[in-house]
Design a protein. Structure first.
Length: 387
């Protein structure tokens, strides 16, 4: 199966410096260097489409623009690129979400993918009117995805659940194709919900040994549900013609980190309830600038000023391709990547790394009519469900 690569739409702003934000922390001032206008985001999307990315992730939260609205607008300026829309199921009716997804599919020619984000920060959830604790949010996500999946099958749904109630819910038109559901989360309950309801389980970019351990756990949980999942990983990337050039760029970004900003961001992230965020912080020791290369070509520097995904593949095009193959050997076949600035870095990766993977028979451009499908059009086998 051909590897699949997705890019990222920086709806919190872009820059030649790292733009922080996420997991309860605000976007840093550098996000104003290139505001997230539809024109600029469309420029990134077209670049990603041209070089061979299959889709683009758009984040969710108070720190960025709304993902549904933004991608709906950007989709009109692209032809093939899919949009991995991150959304929080506790903030919207499952029937409305199923309807929105169905409409998105029809209006874009089937270019919607869904990234379910249950929400790991109580403070941010409460700002949106959600006062459930973390485990309750995950249980609600399970109910939510059960309703959505049934509606997408064309069924009428009645549910009187612990957190959600619907009566006589039905769609006038089901989506075609049914959107794939992407899901991440490192806590025990997140794994249970992912195993039961997701098509693609996502992990942040930890060293391969840690990723392997996590994937083995999710495989076992999915097998217990009678299901088989695909796996993806979320990473930043800095790839250049030579390793020296790539590390020089990483060090330039690091030199731009103001110590006060790092301290403030780390203090905020230390309060996070997210198990995945805790694991990210542990990779760099909670703000240390020492020993940031935590595995060959895997750099934890981004996480000093950014919540969520905090690691980057750094190296020559050949080295980055080798690291991708190392993760592929663990069972990962989807890679969600980003880099600062996102327009230029899309070309560095697309013109530097993808041709090397293509030459080894590991990747084909999605526009190639003879290429294998990048994802099935129907969800995996479902049981009768975050982030």
């Amino acid at each position: 199966m051909s590897l699949t690569f997705h890019w990222f739409l920086p709806t919190n702003g872009d820059s030649r410096h790292v733009v922080g934000g996420g997991h309860g922390t605000p976007a840093t001032a550098s996000g104003r260097d290139r505001p997230p206008t539809v024109a600029y985001l469309s420029q990134i999307a077209r670049a990603a489409e041209e070089v061979g990315f299959a889709g683009a992730l758009t984040p969710t939260g108070a720190w960025c623009e709304d993902a549904w609205l933004t991608t709906a607008m950007v989709s009109q300026h692209t032809e093939r690129l899919k949009f991995l829309v991150a959304f929080r199921p506790g903030l919207i009716s499952p029937t409305l979400a199923a309807q929105m997804a169905s409409t998105f599919q029809r209006q874009t020619g089937g270019r919607l993918l869904l990234n379910v984000v249950t929400g790991g920060e109580n403070q941010e959830q409460r700002a949106f009117g959600d006062f459930l604790d973390k485990d309750s949010r995950y249980r609600r996500t399970g109910e939510f995805l059960h309703v959505v999946r049934e509606l997408w099958r064309g069924r009428t749904v009645d549910l009187n659940g612990e957190h959600l109630q619907v009566q006589g819910a039905k769609l006038s038109r089901v989506p075609d194709p049914v959107p794939q559901v992407y899901f991440g989360g490192s806590s025990p309950i997140a794994g249970e919900i992912a195993a039961r309801h997701s098509d693609v389980y996502l992990t942040w970019g930890e060293p391969p040994a840690q990723v392997a351990e996590k994937l083995d756990r999710i495989r076992s949980l999915a097998a217990a549900e009678g299901r088989t999942l695909r796996f993806g990983i979320r990473l930043h990337v800095i790839t250049r013609d030579t390793a020296e050039q790539a590390w020089a760029e990483a060090n330039r970004l690091l030199d731009g980190f103001d110590p006060e900003t790092v301290a403030s961001v780390q203090a905020g992230l230390a309060r996070s309830e997210s198990e995945g965020q805790r694991r990210m912080l542990a990779l760099h020791g909670g703000g240390s600038r020492e020993r940031l290369e935590i595995h060959p070509n895997l750099w934890a520097g981004i996480g000093l000023v950014r919540g969520g995904a905090g690691t980057a593949l750094v190296g020559s095009h050949d080295e980055v391709a080798e690291r991708i193959k190392e993760y592929q050997a663990l069972g990962i076949d989807e890679f969600i990547l980003s880099g600062y600035p996102h327009l230029e870095e899309a070309y560095w990766f697309g013109e530097g790394v993808l041709p090397r993977l293509a030459a080894q028979g590991l990747w084909r451009h999605p526009a190639d009519k003879d290429a294998a499908p990048i994802a099935p059009t129907e969800p995996a086998v479902l049981a009768p469900f975050a982030s």
